[in-house]
Design a protein around this ligand. Sequence first.
Ligand code: NAD
Length: 437
Amino acid sequence: MKNITIIGTGYVGLVTGVGLSEFGNKVICTDINNDKISKLNSGKVPIYEPGLEEIIIRNIQNDRLFFSLDIAASIKKSEVIIIAVGTPQSDHGDADMQYVDSVVNTIKENLNNYKVICTKSTVPIGSGKKIIKSLKSSYKENSDFNYVSNPEFLREGSAVKDFLWPDRVIIGTSSLNAYETMCDIYRPLYINKNPIKRTSVETAEMIKYASNSFLALKISYINEIANLCEQVDADVHDVAVAMGKDGRISDKFLHPGPGFGGSCFPKDLRSLSYIAKENDVKMSTINAAIEANKKQKYLMCCKLENLVSGGLKGKEIAVLGLAFKANTDDIRDSSSIEMISFILSKSGKVNAYDPIANDSMLKIFPNIAYFQNVYEAVNKVDALVVMTEWNEFRSLDLRKIRSAMNGNFILDTRNILNMKELSALKFVYDNVGRQKI
Ligand code: NAD
């Protein structure tokens, strides 16, 4: 059991803090965002993540989980400091390290005894070396530390499960002491099988980028196969199912759709491409996946425009699903942003609905109409487009929708609607790579 400070209480920091407190550690989750910390201190969870609230409450009650704006004091009290701030994409395509740099300075100023300093944020390969150099640059007495790269692989929407039962935990460090400390904070994980793998700092940093990029590549690949299926009368669903039965391929991340979004894949691919360029290494596959994804998002917009007879000008379109995927309120780089922008650019009107993410999207599009349920959103619209694979969209009452809509056009970018039913109800529909019925 260790005393741990998490710096940055976003999707990753919060889940990590909560997960490590569940493992028996004493954790202070810190942030500079007053609103976030106040909410957490009054028992409210600032993000939507299934199962999170329950464990937060349990660990607060057990005196193992705390939230604070006082980062300096928290650092001084802790043996392990975990950096979990954002590393968004900069204007040049590489990761913007300003938040990490600022945290490293704060840590440097408050090192009062030996600590393990760990980066969980996704940072460019080589960042660890720079962080160590920076931390050593103003050596004070009693400011000894060891450094660890411990990248995070959780998926939003199933983050709690992913953190508590991970496929692997990567601990990149040259220090045996730091390695053992990290093993200690993850101790309950290796009661059954040990998912921990020790590597060098640089290898750990690379594992994160290589994993995300591979998954993104897989999505872009099946999207391109889907687009070809449409031209050659093949059905991508059957293709993906059959491919997935091959153990070497697996059925994960073989779902065609409107292009990947979210806070990780788009920026991590760009960052890896940037790192490769800096190192004079050509990564054709990564660049192709980025390009294919950009095209896929645009292709969905074109599909909608081609589907709705007479074009989008003056048409009312219901956009169902705003989050970049189901079970999260995160809309960062969501394909629905492109779709809404496109409809507006063609002088169409948008009726938006998401079970959780309306408020997040309101900040980007304050002037479109938001609704609290599907059936209100589709009332009198000319067309409907499904952008997120929320479970509630899988079982829509299509008959009710048909009679509420003025038009009969449906674009299903997630391939979750029943084509037989759509045909029977005389919808004019399109999807991604399926043979129409
Ligand atoms: P986020 O934007 O949700 O959270 C970042 C938090 O850091 C915010 O609450 C912000 O207020 C806080 N912050 C910024 N500067 C700070 C400072 N100086 N001191 C204290 N707090 C500060 O980001 P996220 O989605 O949690 O991602 C964090 C990192 O984890 C990124 O590098 C990301 O690539 C990586 N990651 C994210 C996911 C994911 O699914 N979101 C998964 C794996 C890895």
